[in-house]
Design a protein around this ligand. Structure first.
Ligand SMILES: Cc1cc2nc3c(=O)[nH]c(=O)nc-3n(C[C@H](O)[C@H](O)[C@H](O)COP(=O)(O)OP(=O)(O)OC[C@H]3O[C@@H](n4cnc5c(N)ncnc54)[C@H](O)[C@@H]3O)c2cc1C
Length: 396
């Protein structure tokens, strides 16, 4: 296996490191101290747009390659994506999500959208004049793990689809140009009944946005909203009717997850590495390196993070070769989140009383890291996925 990256991806990694130190970490700390997401008009977003963030990897037909993707956080391979995710989260994972751009809505549009839909929904992100966002909404108030059982209903009425339901914890949806919303035409059909829609801002029936309180990752908004007789043009059904005739409805979301899990694992590792670096600084200043027990625990945490990152790179390497990576992708996330949690816990313990005051970078990382075990499939769900796969059961 070869985990090397192209010169252009190495350049991106370097750029991210510089911006991370100078801009991303201070912005994350600022939002955490304020206890709320950075507002849409924050000058930070304008500076980040100028630095190349906020772009899509999609290119208009015939222009692929002629206009290289310059976004510093978008690698050209899944392996590069994991390394960039790790580096970005090292500086601030909340800011990584707060960044303008199509976000989690981009993968389903890329995998399911028709050429016309890609142009309509991703075109504005090729070279935006101002920061704009896209969003992804699968999770519902009744629970996010059992994705096959989503309750938001979709029914066709002539040229429109009527959506009714509620979505929760969707990143950036309150400020998004469009939200990729998953709904079902018939719950009895399970996954085959799923449909994905690009629901544009201002669509009649889309509303009730409420930004949720979060223990960590405060820099970006996690928003719940309602779809009440929401009238979505038929042209916004991702992939069009033909796509679902092949019963591929659910696959779009799962594609997103399988591509996303190694990157989420990378992010967990990044948070854990940041905590260990901060702890090392603190332990050195306080003479704690002299304590062999602390030193040993610090080394063990580092080793676990490295192992988790290697697993994520392996999952990404398989994805780059279009080989099945379900077990590896789940394993990397199932390993990385607890390893990062252990690292931030050790860092908190090393801090002692200073950790309890609630104003140290490590304390912030300790709150931020929990979400890495939850998003894009909890640890329990990853273990279920792996066990089913290993004994030859279908995905479930
Ligand atoms: C910071 C943050 C950002 C998020 N961003 C988005 C977003 O942008 N878009 C979006 O759609 N969603 C988003 N989510 C939602 C996230 O995907 C869900 O929280 C996640 O899927 C878990 O769903 P749930 O919280 O409803 O827990 P539930 O599904 O209700 O599960 C509760 C607990 O039960 C466990 N559990 C569930 N089923 C089983 C089982 N069969 N066996 C064993 N244990 C089980 C779970 O692991 C969990 O610990 C976000 C969540 C967070 C915290």
């Amino acid at each position: 296996m070869d985990y090397s990256i192209s010169a252009q991806d190495a350049q991106r990694l370097h750029a991210l490191r510089v911006i991370g130190r100078e801009e991303i970490r201070p912005a994350g700390l600022r939002a955490d101290r304020a206890g709320e997401p950075l507002p849409v008009g924050d000058a930070f977003f304008t500076r980040m747009l100028a630095a190349g963030f906020g772009r899509t990897r999609w290119r208009p037909e015939g222009q692929a390659g002629s206009h290289p993707v310059i976004a510093p956080n978008k690698g050209s391979t899944a392996v590069a994506q994991v390394l960039l995710a790790e580096e970005g989260a090292y500086w601030d994972r909340g800011i990584g999500v707060a960044m303008p751009g199509p976000g989690l809505g981009e993968p389903p549009i890329l995998s399911m959208g028709t050429p016309e839909q890609k142009a309509r929904f991703l075109g504005p992100f090729v070279n935006p004049a101002q920061p704009i966002w896209g969003a992804f909404a699968m999770t519902e108030p009744s629970g996010g793990s059992d994705v096959a059982n989503i309750k938001t209903r979709a029914r066709r009425e002539g040229d429109v689809w009527i959506l009714d339901g509620a979505k929760s914890f969707s990143g950036n949806s309150g400020r998004a140009e469009w939200i990729v919303v998953f709904a079902t035409v018939d719950p009895a059909l399970g996954r085959a009944g799923h449909r994905a829609f690009a629901v544009e801002r201002g669509t009649p029936g889309l509303g009730g946005f409420r930004i949720e309180k979060k223990m960590g990752l405060k820099a970006y908004e996690s928003t719940s909203f309602f779809l009440t007789g929401c009238r979505v043009p038929a042209a916004n059904l991702l992939g069009g009717e033909a796509y679902y005739a092949q019963r591929a409805g659910f696959k779009g979301a799962m594609d997103t997850f399988n591509a996303g899990r190694p990157a989420i694992a990378g992010m967990a590792v990044g948070i854990g590495r940041a905590a260990l670096d901060e702890a090392a600084r603190f332990m050195q200043e306080d003479g704690l390196w002299a304590d062999a027990r602390l030193r040993d625990r610090w080394e063990r945490c580092r080793r676990k993070l490295k192992a988790a990152l290697l697993l994520a790179l392996r999952a990404a390497w398989l994805a780059d070769r279009k080989q099945p990576n379900m077990v590896e992708a789940s394993a990397s996330k199932a390993m990385a989140a607890p390893a990062a949690f252990e690292a931030t816990s050790l860092a908190m313990e090393a801090l002692g009383l200073a950790g309890g005051r609630g104003d140290h970078q490590i304390e912030k990382l300790f709150r931020d890291v929990k979400a890495m075990d939850i998003v894009e499939g909890t640890g329990q769900i990853q273990r279920i996925v792996m066990a089913r796969k290993l004994v030859g059961l279908p995905h479930g």
